[in-house]
Design a protein around this ligand. Sequence first.
Ligand SMILES: Nc1ncnc2c1ncn2[C@@H]1O[C@H](COP(=O)(O)OP(=O)(O)OP(=O)(O)O)[C@@H](O)[C@H]1O
Length: 963
Amino acid sequence: MASNLLLPLTIPKITSNPKQIHKLILDFVSFPPFLQHRSGFNNCMVHKMSVSAPVTPATKIRRTPSSTPSGPRIAEEKILVTVRIRPLTPRELSAYDLIAWDCTDENTVVSRNLNHERHNGTYTFDKVFDPSCPTRKIYEQGARDVALSAIKGINATIFAYGQTSSGKTYTMRGIAENVIDDIYAHIKNAMESKFVLKLSALEIYNETVVDLLNRDSGALRLLDDPEKGTIVEKLTEEVIKDAQHLRCLIATCEAQRQVGETSLNDRSSRSHQIIRLTIESSHREESGCVKSLLASLSLVDLAGSERTVQTNADGIRLKEGSHINRSLLTLTTVIRKLSVGKKSGHIPYRDSKLTRILQSSLGGNARTAIICTMSPALSHVDQSRNTLAFANSAKEVTNSAQVNMVVGEKQMVKHLQEEVTRLKAELLTPEASSSKCLRTLLLEKEQKIQQMEIELNEIKRERDLAQSQLEIARKLQKDTKEPVIQNQVAKRLSFSDHISISNRRTSVRKSTQSTQRKPLRQSATCMDPCMLVHEIRKVEMRQRQLGEEANRALELLHKEVSSHRLGNQDAAETIAKLLSDIKDMHGISNSIPEEIEVKDKASLKEEIGRLKCEENTIASLEEKLENVQKSLDTLVMYNNEEASRSPLKTKILKTNGKMSSFIKSPCSPSSSVIHNIENMAPDNQKIEGDKKASTPAAASKQPNVKKIQMMFKTAAEDNIQSIKSYVTELKERVAKLQYQKQLLVCQVLELEEANDGGGGGETDFVEEMEYPIMPRHLVFEEQRNQIIMLWHLCHVSIIHRTQFYMLFRGDTADEIYVQVELRRLTWLEQHLSELGNASPALLGDEPAGSVTSSIKALKQEREYLAKRVSTKLSGEEREMLYKKWEIPMEGKQRRRLQLVNRLWTDPLNMRHVKESAEIVAKLVGFCEMGEHASKEMFALNFVNPSDKKAWMGWNLISNLLHL
Ligand SMILES: Nc1ncnc2c1ncn2[C@@H]1O[C@H](COP(=O)(O)OP(=O)(O)OP(=O)(O)O)[C@@H](O)[C@H]1O
């Protein structure tokens, strides 16, 4: 869409004042090279500069301070969100529909709560317009400021969002009219500038992009341009001659757009329409050099969300409605995630063509205003609530708009050369009177111009260098996700590198401060913080394991020592100390949090702080191990002394039982020896008896007892020795871990420095990263929303939906079922749409037949459930539901069917989904089934308690499989 946007620049007369030219060039290069965004057009440089877009007090745009204190500032601004309530339509008036909303002031809309719900809805926005408000006012207060930014080189987007028939097209038509008037009024007044306006227009119909200025070109492809973002291939762009021409083209686009009749709107837009006006303004500034501003204004009229029950859509309208709802669901998800901020993780722009095309307007380089339109009618209250919920999220989304400036370098150089030639010519034909003075002056000028030419070349060279650096940085950033860099990280962590940590840290700091600062910082920036934090986590886990191992070792030691029954106060103290030491160690390792999500810069900083604190903790861990080792040495010494001083016989024999428990420990290094001892002396009592015996038999056992003593002593020493070496080993491992961790800290510090010290461009690298880890509950919620939409699109049994919805709440064990369901439904939906798009001649009646039979099955299912309403719901419950779901007073049977027909019809409204599931669950006695409703039944098939396959989406799959 953006291709061929730029016309060759025409240069008005340029000043010959070298000072001014020089200043302009300095202006031009005063932005770091990484901010000099190179456009796709030859010989032009597009600058993105900070925006100081005027903010009228009336619009009350919320602004947040720039996140980059130094360097060029990028203005961050929240999306301007307004709400327009239209008057009741003749259709609503004739149905005696009630008004359900009040605008209590110019920022607040309140639900009248005619349904007596517990929560009264009050919503506040930048502006709220009541039904009497004319479009001119809506334009002035909710769109003009943003729209006219396009004249100043800032991309702008205005879009209307709302349910079908809420007045989006009506509003956008008025906005476009006003924009055209204002833009041409501005052009008329800006005599010093030249404007080139171009128009392109497209619609997204059933997920197909169509050129509204040339429908014959068929479906257009979306391409990803690394610099320009998503572009539409081969989209026509018309150069606008004047206001009348522009109006005419917009009218043509409107006439080309897909429109159809539904029960809610005679002329319902069945596609999303995007009209893009590109404005390029070149003007002569005081400095006299050419600069152009280039921006686009997108006017977006979305198709409206619709409930099948209300539109009574079938056939082609149903298919259109499904596509509309689906892309709006993606838009809602994108907005919801953007509103949460960086914690939200991946933003699914690519899930629909609409969000791909609008990506830069949603959280990107544009100023955006959204006008949410809604019907005041009570019959649409749920849909209006959805719109307001969308508006609520949208008002939290922040954009970073920049001025897009274009400078034609070739023209500048050419002009300078012309200037030199002109001055030379003047020199050759001097006027007699002032010849000398003029000659000197011209010589001076010539010198200056030469100097400037040199400078210009230098600037060009710098720019090329910066661009190539940027390319390398980008490439590196891409590469960080690949194994090569992971290997590099691993290399950096390897212990073969014997440079001391402090040296390394100093060298890192020095190098970042040196003249080589940029490449180093770039490489640091390219290190994925997630990867670093992941490495730190691994180290911490190993530390925890070491703590546990040390704990086990000390417990063994404790058993070993107590088995000797030293009975000595010193030894008891030693043991107590050892145990408390090891507990401390364990505590330290346990105090390391298992999981910290590091998703944004703030938490990364927190993480760095925590790591810094932990250096002390690790030091104390080392100290404790040192103490443990000392204590062990003491024990060994004590043991040896004891062995030489007093016979251990009695004590050892008495503790035989305890030793055996130690023997069985897998850590015992002398189990075979002790095992022999066990066989030789199986019972304390017996040996005690033996000891006292004076019979020859008893006497014959005396040498055995000595042998046993010796063996016990050796075994005990062996054990202590092996535990000692084990502790030494642990100590070494902790030291290694500390080294490893400090390396990581160094890397994180590098990263921090690179982020803090760098200009906006480098910060962007980090901020733009999409962190892959997303909390499980959010993933589940996301997937469940998709499933709900797919159920709706594939006409899956509502009993199946209910059971699935009620059973799977996001436990870890549910993941597999959710995956299976999602895959199966995605497959089904894809096949349905493929069949839907295929030529009927190729397929005969099959796809239509499959869909029809599913819809029929769903209808039968609803009839079945309607019959159960009177038996499964009490009279009171029924009345309450009729009231709540606005079921008109008609025959009993009809009311029941109407109630059931409304269940599971609004996949975008989670409250509706939950309530529907609860009602269906009651109707089929799902709550009573309790444990019988096993999750496993979802593993293979769509299910239904009554086993009527016709009700399942399954029969649809079977049909498809037979194609
Ligand atoms: N502010 C308003 N004042 C008077 N009439 C309005 C207003 N807004 C909308 N209408 C009328 O309401 C009807 C529906 O409006 P419109 O076609 O603009 O809705 P929409 O949201 O674009 O619907 P869809 O999504 O189905 O295309 C039209 O007849 C339109 O003239």
